[in-house]
Each structure stands twice: as structure tokens, then as C-alpha cells.
Design a binder for this molecule. Structure first.
Ligand SMILES: [Zn+2]
Length: 246
């Protein structure tokens, strides 16, 4: 297999050596993959091009990571809580329920990340438990899955969950509203990440904190992004609550 798959100009969708002759992909499939995963992920996955810091969406993540545990933040019990859910789908086996707290000063801190292969009723049960345990005011669920979840929840005869649907779309890439906006908040110390919760874990640890950190550090080239998206939905839940208040 050739390795010198250098790019002539991928923006013009032309390649020095056509990958569709190399790996059994059709040109259309490769273009589709690139559009779906983005240029950076495509370059790494299909051209073995290294990740650069410029490609990272959250370069200020480490700025907000402190060597403290959640239990050290005594006042957090009084903070308002918000949850976000990135449900499993046919192409994504895992679901993530991400809960943040928000201080009176507006600092957001992740306080619980649940990851699991729950689907259907099991996922609904997990969402309900996470919302009740953390006393989340709003739980934002990616909209495409919301209808199913609501239907299942209705069957469970409990309509008290504060579930809201979030419609993903162009906002995701917007400079202010979208994921890049979270990095701006990190740059302004609007987040606090309790690194004490996962300090000393191994490099390939599969606990929720470590998986989430790796996703944040590598996004958008990370292998998965379920935690990032669930965090984003939790952040949107907290923003929505602010809008409602004012
Ligand atoms: Zn870990």
C-alpha cells in the first residue's frame, strides 16, 4: 500500500494519488466521508496527517483544569444543575448523560458524566435517575431522539422530567452559539474542570472523565464525541435557563 498520499488541494477535491484506487473507496464515498467528518479528521484518518494545535477546537481546555475534586467545592450543592443527553443511535452505540453545575458567578463545572450502552427504556431510566439525583433544572436531549424518549417516558407514566429537545443544525458551527463558543468561555475561565477526579488515571483509562478529556483534547479529530456533544447540550440547557429568567 502506498503511503505518499499527498494532497494537491483537497478543497478542490483533487488528490495527488486517488484514494479511491487505493482502498476500495469510491470517489463519492470519500468526498462524503470528508464532508461528514470534516477535513481535519479526514486528513488524519485517511492520510495519516498529524493533528496540529490549530486544528483543535478546545485549546483552552487545560487552562480550566484544576487539581481539585468536586467534593472540595463545598458550595456546589447550592449551584443550579443542568443536564445534556447525547443518545445512542444506529451508528453510535453509547449514550452520554452530562450534568453541569453553574455557580452564582456563572462558572460552569461538570459534576457527573454517565456513559453507557443504554437504549430505549434503560436510557430513559438513566436520564430520570441522573436528573433526580443531580436535581437538574433542565435536561436537554438531542432532538432526533426526543420523540422516542418522550413516548417511552409517557409509557412509564412520569411526565415530571424537565426534558427539552435540542435541534442540532447550523448553530453547532456558529462562532458564538456553537461549540467554539465553549472554548471562548474556557479562555475567560467560565469553566472549571475538577481534574482531581481523574488525576493519576492511565492514558487509556475508560472512565467517563478520561474519555471526556480525551474527546475534548482531540476534538474534532477525536475517535468519539459523545461526551463533547452531551456537554454542549448541558451548556445549552444552562443558557436556556438564563434566557428564561431574564
Ligand atoms: Zn479515568
Amino acid at each position: 500500500m502506498k503511503t505518499n498520499l499527498s494532497v494537491v488541494d483537497y478543497r478542490k477535491q483533487t488528490f495527488a494519488i486517488p484514494l479511491w484506487d487505493e482502498g476500495g473507496f469510491t470517489k463519492g464515498t470519500l468526498i462524503h466521508i470528508r464532508e461528514e467528518r470534516g477535513n481535519a479528521a479526514f486528513e488524519r484518518g485517511f492520510r495519516q496527517r498529524a493533528i496540529t494545535d490549530e486544528d483543535k477546537l478546545f485549546p483552552h481546555f487545560l487552562q480550566c483544569k484544576k487539581p481539585i475534586k468536586i467534593e472540595d467545592l463545598g458550595e456546589i450543592d447550592a449551584w443550579k444543575r443542568y443536564s445534556g443527553v447525547d443518545p445512542a443511535s444506529e451508528v453510535r452505540p453509547g449514550s452520554v448523560i452530562f450534568t453541569i453545575g453553574k455557580s452564582p458567578q456563572g462558572v460552569r463545572i461538570p459534576i457527573e458524566i454517565r456513559r453507557g450502552a443504554w437504549k430505549g427504556g434503560a436510557l430513559v431510566d438513566q436520564i430520570g435517575d441522573a436528573v433526580r439525583t443531580n436535581r437538574s433544572q433542565v435536561c436537554m436531549v438531542e432532538n432526533n431522539a426526543l420523540q422516542d424518549i418522550i413516548r417511552q417516558w409517557a409509557l412509564e407514566k412520569d411526565r415530571s422530567l424537565p426534558l427539552k429537545g435540542y435541534r442540532t443544525g447550523s448553530q453547532k458551527s456558529d462562532e458564538i452559539e456553537g461549540l467554539p463558543g465553549m472554548d471562548v468561555e474556557m479562555e475567560n475561565n467560565g469553566w472549571l474542570f475538577p481534574g482531581g477526579e481523574w488525576d493519576g488515571h492511565s492514558g487509556n483509562c475508560q472512565c467517563s472523565w478520561c474519555v471526556w478529556e480525551r474527546e475534548m483534547m482531540d476534538y474534532p479529530q477525536s475517535e468519539t464525541s459523545d461526551c463533547v456533544m452531551a456537554m454542549w447540550f448541558a451548556r445549552e440547557a444552562s443558557r436556556m435557563a438564563v434566557v428564561q429568567v431574564f
